[in-house]
Design a protein around this ligand. Sequence first.
Ligand SMILES: [Zn+2]
Length: 575
Amino acid sequence: MSARGGDQFVEWATAIPTARGSQLDFESFPYQRELYRVCGDLEIENVVIMKGAQLGVSELLTRFALYCPDKLGLKSLYVFPTATHMRDFGDTRIRPLIDQSTYLSERVDSPLNKNLIKIGLGFIQLRGSESRRDLIAIDADLVILDEYDDLVPENVPDAEKRIAASPVGLVRRVGVPRYADYGIAARYSESDMRQWMVRCDACLARWQPIEFWRNVAWSEEDGKLTDAQIVCYECRKHLDVSRGEWVPEHRGRDIVGFHLHRLVVPSRRSLLEVVRNAKRTAPYEVEAFWRTDLGQPYAAEDSGLDRTAVAAAVSSSTSWNDGQPLKMVHRYDGPNFVTMGVDVASTRALNVRISEHIDDIRDPGMTGRHRKRMLWAGNLASFDELPGLMHRYGVTVACIDHLPEYRLSMGFAQRFPGRVYVTSYSQNQKDPLYISSEDLTASVQRTPALDATVELVRCHRNLLAADITPEYVEHLVRPRRIVEKNEYGLHTVKWLEKGPTDFFHAEVFDLVATEVLKIRLDYFRQLQPQYTTLDELIGFERTRLDAPGMGDYDPGPPDEYDPGPPDEYDPGPRG
Ligand SMILES: [Zn+2]
């Protein structure tokens, strides 16, 4: 390690008590050691920390800002969003740190003003970002840009240029991300993107980053959350996050970047708080969870599913399954109705979702809590495999995409008349759902159908299997619901899809199959056709256009399992 390496700083920093008078504790918070080493390494010019709140980063930066003048005679410039921030920081962070340490107290001259602290042969200057004049008046060897996304953006480049004349020229940028592709998130994406990776000992050599929707497990009874813990995404055994390493995604890039979030803190109490925050639903609380707990940007302008909602759906299926992760099955011959949705990406790429309806499907929505669980979801390489699935799972009704292979889809429907419907989206039909039994077709209004699909996941009525693939999750979280004003000033809702969303649409077609099944059941019960609106069918209030979120969220555990008697259905003559 060179004399300029970070170990010297680590040694120096460890000897300084915290502002509360305790010692830095790398044993309890092992993710901090490399942060200290890298931030304190004079060979590394640029460090970015995209972070959540209260992770000890201010402690670190304050020490480094003091270390540079004290040991090396350098000039530190510490920039905050405003002068008020700056004064608070001086009073609550820097001053107590100096007061707690006999060593520092002796090294620091009593400040002439609060913005300038002389220490050793160098000094620290504190500045707010709103005054360009104050910023450009000074030079520095080290610039720390704190609360990066809240700095006055047009003055940031000026602040960063303060190191131009320095032989060392260090910049440390930290902040809680506000938007993707902006500020600290944009800087992090240019870096080597280090994540804290933890290995699972139970299934050996499986290194994994810690992500909320994959790695956090908890118990929930009568709304009370307990037993929050980090588990392996594969074998679901407990993972010790203190035994991790920072691993770069882009090894060799000049800028070193860390994504630091609260899931790497090895504290059950802290984790339980994160889980509690994950359950909150007010828009500002959801945003706070993403930003301050997960250290990730959160875009409130659009909505749709997020990983937390998907994780919650998986977690409810575990509760329903007596605490065991619900796994996919390869056949089903139970008594319940089964539906299937098939999205067709091409002749050789079919995306399928198959569901068992574990509650009475005719249970009216307002009081009923009809749920379905995933039997299987995956890809097929050919239309020829579809009939086999119909038999193996005893599929009652299936809906298949009418595009881009209409002829093949119709051929499949003709083999199973009354059970398979070639389904299309419509933007302008009057009824939310229209079925033609003669033509073997169904068409559905696109926006309400996509809304309803998301809502089913959110209110835990679509129990997802624990072994869905990361690709599946990507497809579910990708569609974004946008509310726009049109040229007449009216709000319109649009679903945008950037990138593959095939499994999301398999989910939509599975939902349509459920609605078709209900109508068929009514038909056979009353022996007369009728039209129903999606609202009545789905049984929950559809989100209003002006609502930024997606309607009411019900965090409650699923009701008692009561499948009811599914015995009156006659699927009609088979072809
Ligand atoms: Zn494991």
